[in-house]
Ligand binder design. Structure first.
Ligand code: ZN
Length: 246
């Protein structure tokens, strides 16, 4: 018998560009998270949305404790996020909460904490954008379900290699740009009991999060990051006084 579980999804969206930059507000009148949420169709998500300007920066322990998967979009206010809240999110990921980090979230305290490097990369922002071709290079991965061999983003911010991260556990998507660069654009990391998906397309001045295939990939990433099981035990330091074989 097939059972479906409603995924309790918290979308953490910094929210500053939508508030302070008129061109961004025009593209995303309901926020970048709102655009994504509108594209999740009939997926079984129960969505709560938070910004950095909410109480406790939108990251209360109570909310995190009942969150199955957290999405993270940040850019201009990375440094404002308090370390104590980063600690909270990190611990929840290690306990099994899924984390989906989007676009410039690569430079967030959150992502850098989870991967352990500066996560620097090369980038270029043209007014007209760069054509990005996203290649599916791990087609049997759940995140690639229903995704064609490649799809294109007509106007994107170029994110290129070298991307200063430890080797990811899986590379699901690899992007090529008209300018000649390449980038590991869809990555998974396993940390503790948690699953992390990073997906790079999503610059605020382009309508990328209105694009159905982008919404589809991120929706798949959320479903994949949700743990299909309850943890049997925590990954604690486990003092085993007696050997099993005596
Ligand atoms: Zn950007």
């Amino acid at each position: 018998m097939e059972t479906t579980l409603t995924i309790r999804l918290t979308m953490w969206n910094e929210g500053r560009h939508e508030k302070n930059d008129a061109p961004v507000a025009k593209i995303y009148p309901d926020g970048m998270d709102g655009a994504l949420a509108a594209g999740f169709g009939d997926r079984d998500f129960s969505i709560e949305r938070r910004t950095i300007d909410d109480p406790e920066q939108g990251l209360t322990q109570e909310l995190l404790d009942r969150t199955d998967v957290l999405t993270w979009w940040g850019h201009v206010a990375h440094d404002e996020v308090k370390d104590e809240y980063i600690d909270r999110v990190q611990q929840r990921v290690l306990e099994g909460m899924g984390l989906v980090v989007l676009h410039s979230g690569h430079h967030s305290k959150m992502f850098r904490r989870m991967v352990g490097t500066n996560a620097n990369l090369s980038w270029r922002e043209l007014p007209e954008g760069d054509l990005e071709r996203v290649w599916t290079i791990l087609p049997n991965h759940p995140i690639a379900d229903g995704v064609p061999p490649f799809f294109e983003i007509p106007a994107s911010e170029m994110y290129g290699e070298p991307f200063d991260i430890p080797a990811p556990d899986e590379i699901v998507f690899l992007s090529w740009y008209k300018g000649g660069e390449v980038f590991r654009s869809g990555l998974t990391f396993y940390r503790g009991l948690g699953r992390i998906f990073y997906f790079s397309p999503g610059h605020e001045t382009f309508p990328i999060y209105h694009q159905p295939m982008v919404q589809h990939v991120i929706g798949n990433g959320i479903e994949w990051a949700m743990q299909p099981h309850k943890p049997q035990r925590k990954l604690e330091n486990w003092h085993r006084k007696e050997p099993i074989h005596r």
